[in-house]
Design a protein around this ligand. Structure first.
Ligand SMILES: Cc1cc2nc3c(=O)[nH]c(=O)nc-3n(C[C@H](O)[C@H](O)[C@H](O)COP(=O)(O)OP(=O)(O)OC[C@H]3O[C@@H](n4cnc5c(N)ncnc54)[C@H](O)[C@@H]3O)c2cc1C
Ligand SMILES: NC(=O)c1ccc[n+]([C@@H]2O[C@H](COP(=O)([O-])OP(=O)(O)OC[C@H]3O[C@@H](n4cnc5c(N)ncnc54)[C@H](O)[C@@H]3O)[C@@H](O)[C@H]2O)c1
Length: 472
């Protein structure tokens, strides 16, 4: 398709999926000379706003605040009793706008984007069907997100298990909950429900958060155990049953059976490509994209956010959307596309600096490579680690502060390629590491970035001192 030529299409760009990513693709592309429509089958704002990031973080926050107060004499005595679960659920409801998307719909209209409600399906090059209508566009962007996977365990499909949607939108706090899957969602939900008073069993087939540094999973497993969560690692479920009394039982390979009022399955997600009609344009369900998110083998189709499987995180999907939206606008206007590494239309950071925060307690904040990934990449690297409990700012922050930090340093280039922090309130530490990686700041120059005293950021100084002393 010659995208620079004037055409008589209904739109210049149709975006399928109005989650955070689709909204940003449309927002960055739309302009006085570019007609943009966005198609949404459910709520404008997507999974993140109503069933994922926002409600899950709202459910977690009050428990973290109570635990934080418990670590400070004076505050500890002032905060007594349990969480008010009804108030926590009500705050969660406020953050999801009670699952009402009118605020986001208003924003779409104010931005000059046409909203079309319904399920969008590709029916040919640049052609999209929604209900009875078939629309044409010079470019189409898929931003349909991802869907949960369900493991093939006998009885599971019939057991009316919760997915993360049911967990984050629950109107009642179950008395007991089994969580299957020790990844990001399972670990966060274990903290959230334990704080709300639920008796939680967490079943993980390997170490918790197994893709992160090994100390991450070990520290979270002991923190969860301290919260009363029964963490079982490596004892796989072999059968699931929902009994006549409404409770769920899960039989484990080791012979034990665990029972609870509800079962949450959080065993990962896959790109939402089913029913999109990709076969009508010669594609299958695995979409390969370049750094402007253009799908390989096409000059009109883009895949952005969770659907391309690059990084299933809102902030990274929105970053891709900013690149893609601007690249689409440039291509449609016949302008220059700046898609070289680190240029405006390329999501270069996807390859080297994806920040990941797990809102557990302690929090986990990581970016770039772990040591294992650096080894796989055949880098010549060194690592340094530091006990964050020894940092003055951390000691002041909470009595008995427990935390650990680690840097992975590309020794040949003298730059950081990975960083991991575990500890109370470390989420915001990771952005400094992201800047160091993206900016390829040499270790010798990083030495001059002085952290304020007494902040938790002083861990940076300790890590750099450790690096220098070990190098000497
Ligand atoms: C429990 C949980 C907690 C999470 N917490 C965080 C977090 O704290 N931070 C973070 O960065 N990430 C978090 N994530 C990940 C985050 O939710 C996703 O990365 C993010 O939602 C992806 O945005 P998206 O726009 O690509 O997809 P989505 O948010 O899934 O939006 C896709 C939209 O497309 C619509 N759609 C799909 N198919 C069609 C179609 N054919 N026609 C029309 N509309 C369609 C859907 O209805 C949906 O509205 C979490 C995920 C889960 C499950
Ligand atoms: N704070 C955040 O940014 C945040 C929070 C929640 C979710 N998310 C995103 O949502 C996505 C989905 O979260 P998730 O936790 O479901 O996925 P995940 O990939 O993080 O974890 C899935 C876990 O399930 C396990 N698993 C997979 N198949 C299994 C099986 N058959 N039996 C037992 N265990 C099995 C895996 O080993 C893994 O530990 C993630 O990719 C994550 O990026 C992000």
């Amino acid at each position: 398709m010659d995208t620079a030529a004037p055409t008589s299409t209904d739109y210049d760009l149709i975006v399928i999926g109005a989650g955070p990513v689709g909204e940003n693709v449309a927002d960055y592309a739309v302009g006085p000379n570019l007609r943009v429509a966005i198609i949404e089958a459910e709520l404008v704002g997507g999974e993140c706003s109503y069933w994922a990031c926002m409600p899950s973080k709202a459910l977690l926050r009050s428990g973290h605040a109570i635990r934080a107060a418990g670590r400070l004499p004076g505050a500890r005595e002032a905060v007594t009793g349990d969480l008010d679960a009804a108030a926590v659920l009500a705050r969660r409801d406020a953050f999801t706008s009670n699952w009402d998307d009118s605020g986001q719909v208003e924003w779409v209209a104010a931005d000059g984007i046409d909203l079309i409600r319904g399920f969008g399906e590709i029916v040919g090059d640049g052609r999209v069907r929604v209900g009875e209508r078939t629309l044409s566009a010079r470019a189409v962007a898929l931003a349909t997100g991802s869907v949960p996977t369900l493991p093939d365990i006998p009885g599971l499909a019939e057991a009316r298990a919760w997915g993360t949607r049911e967990a984050t939108s629950t109107e009642e706090v179950p008395q007991s909950l089994i969580i299957l899957g020790g990844g990001v969602a399972g670990t966060e939900m274990a903290f959230a429900f334990a704080a709300l008073g639920t008796s939680v069993t967490l079943l993980s087939r390997g170490a918790l958060l197994g893709r992160e540094e090994p100390f991450v999973g070990a520290m979270l497993a002991s923190a969860l155990a301290a919260e009363g969560v029964d963490v079982r690692i490596g004892d796989d479920p072999v059968r699931v049953d929902r009994g006549a009394d409404g409770n769920v039982s899960v039989e484990l390979a080791g012979g034990a059976t665990v029972r609870a009022a509800e079962l949450l399955v959080s065993t990962g997600r896959r790109p939402a490509t089913s029913g999109l009609g990709l076969e009508t344009v010669g594609l299958d369900d695995t979409l390969t994209v370049d750094d402007t998110m253009l799908v390989a083998g096409t000059d009109w189709l883009y895949a952005v956010g969770d659907v391309n499987g690059r990084a299933l995180l809102t902030h990274q999907g929105k970053y891709q959307a900013r690149a893609a939206g601007q690249a689409i606008a440039a291509r449609l206007a016949g302008g220059q596309v700046h898609d070289g590494a680190w240029e405006a239309h390329a999501a270069s950071a996807d390859h080297v600096a994806v920040p990941r925060v797990v809102f557990s307690d302690p929090e986990v904040a990581a970016v770039g490579l772990t040591e294992a990934q650096a080894r796989e990449a055949d880098l010549e690297f060194r690592t340094v680690e530091y006990d964050m409990g020894q940092v003055a700012g951390a000691k002041l922050h909470a009595d008995g502060y427990v935390g650990r930090a680690k840097l992975v340093i590309d020794h040949a280039r003298g730059v950081i390629v990975g960083a991991t922090f575990v500890g109370q309130d470390v989420a915001d530490l990771v952005h400094a590491a992201t800047i160091a990686i993206v900016g390829e700041v040499p270790m010798d120059r990083l030495w001059h970035a002085v952290p304020a005293y007494p902040t938790i950021s002083e861990v940076w100084l300790r890590l750099l001192e450790t690096y220098r002393s070990e190098a000497a």
